[in-house]
Design a protein around this ligand. Structure first.
Ligand SMILES: Nc1nc2c(ncn2[C@@H]2O[C@H](COP(=O)(O)OP(=O)(O)OP(=O)(O)O)[C@@H](O)[C@H]2O)c(=O)[nH]1
Ligand SMILES: [Zn+2]
Length: 340
């Protein structure tokens, strides 16, 4: 397969090895955005629009198997009709349980290296929600970084306080204090970006993700979502889930504000987000301790002794419960389907 000319769509070394024996007329590409049932794909010499091949649609076990922004795919055809033949194995995924009472898993983006979790230092700031996002990001095999935006709004001491709070909770995680609107902290973020890697921005609506993308890129990328129309036959993209290729070789994926990000995959994510609880749990008397009523529970003991923040414990228990509910529902659904 010819990967040359795709460097600006991200590092593809990982996928190269998986796809050495594909038909000669297939070529690689990366999904830039999806709209309705069509896909915009970056290929070695430009952008093309494509559909799913019948076989790919037919073989997809669930919507999770269909391409999303960031996916590396194999395509065939010419510019008249491009078909996506295969989705390459994903290195990482940003997933969530879909909003509402359904228990569907939704893949929001694939092959993201680093996720900037953006919170605004106005009413949006919430440590519990930050832990929720951390869990989702870690679970998807993505490295988190935290951006506290709108530092121009609160008093200086409040900014400092929030900074310390997040730093203390996540000492290993990159943390940026930013005012996207006034350009503060943008240079630090640019410095952190790495050519070839894929970054995405997640966070609630209105925290300033689009403003931040534009500030980082130094141009208005996120507002209109336009892509080079000369190579896409004038397609106008309105999707907010879009991959931008910056001039320094970094890839940035813009995400719409998420009202709700339910926990779908979490085991690893919870352990990484709450490493202290994970460590403590190793000393509980029972291996399957639920850290509620069992005797000799090291987690509860730490809460009672004041060495583990009770708020952190409660948030952990909530997220864990949510994850359990999700897996239970999935199991029930699978069981019902298998009996049909
Ligand atoms: N004061 C202040 N306002 C900001 C800052 N960054 C963004 N805003 C404002 O916050 C509002 C929302 O910004 P957006 O960039 O659209 O937020 P978003 O996260 O992309 O929102 P969604 O598109 O709904 O997901 C706009 O009015 C911005 O001008 C900042 O650093 N300081
Ligand atoms: Zn326990």
């Amino acid at each position: 397969m010819n990967f040359s000319g795709l460097k600006d769509a991200g590092s593809f070394e990982y996928w190269k090895k998986h796809f050495t024996d594909l038909p000669a007329d297939w070529s690689p590409g990366r999904v830039i955005t999806t709209f309705k049932k069509r896909y915009l794909i970056k290929i070695s010499n430009g952008l093309v629009e494509g559909d799913l091949s019948g076989r790919l649609k037919h073989n997809a076990g669930s919507p999770v198997d269909l391409p999303v922004v960031g996916d590396w795919v194999a395509i065939s055809g010419d510019r008249q009709q491009v078909l996506i033949r295969r989705v390459f194995p994903r290195k990482s995924v940003l997933t969530r349980k879909t909003a509402g009472r359904t228990f569907e898993k939704q893949v929001l983006a694939a092959n993201v290296d680093v996720a900037f979790i953006v919170q605004a230092l106005d009413r949006d700031y919430n440590l519990n929600r930050l832990e929720r996002y951390m869990t989702v990001v870690y679970s998807g095999n993505i490295t988190p970084a935290v951006v506290l935006n709108k530092v121009d709004i609160p008093e200086e001491h409040e900014v400092k306080c929030r900074f310390e709070e997040v730093r203390k909770r996540f000492p290993e995680t990159m943390l940026f204090l930013v005012s996207a609107l006034y350009g503060k902290g943008i240079e630090e973020i640019r410095h952190f970006l790495e050519p070839g890697l894929t970054f995405c921005l997640v966070g609630s609506s209105g925290v300033g993700k689009s403003t931040l993308i534009n500030a980082i890129a130094g141009e208005n990328l996120a507002e209109t979502g336009d892509v080079s129309t000369s190579t896409t036959k004038g397609v106008h993209i309105t999707s907010r889930r879009q991959l931008h290729m910056l001039s320094n070789g970094t890839i940035l994926i813009d995400m719409p504000g998420l009202r709700e990000i339910g926990i779908a995959d979490a085991d690893e994510g919870l352990n990484k987000t709450f490493p202290r609880i994970f460590e403590l749990a190793a000393n509980c008397r029972f291996d399957d301790c639920t850290h509620t009523r069992e005797p000799d529970c090291a987690v509860k003991r730490a809460v009672n002794e004041g060495t583990l923040d009770v708020r952190q414990y409660e948030n952990y228990m909530n997220l864990r419960q949510e994850y359990k509910q999700y897996t239970q529902q999935v199991m029930e659904k699978t069981w019902k389907t298998s009996r049909k």
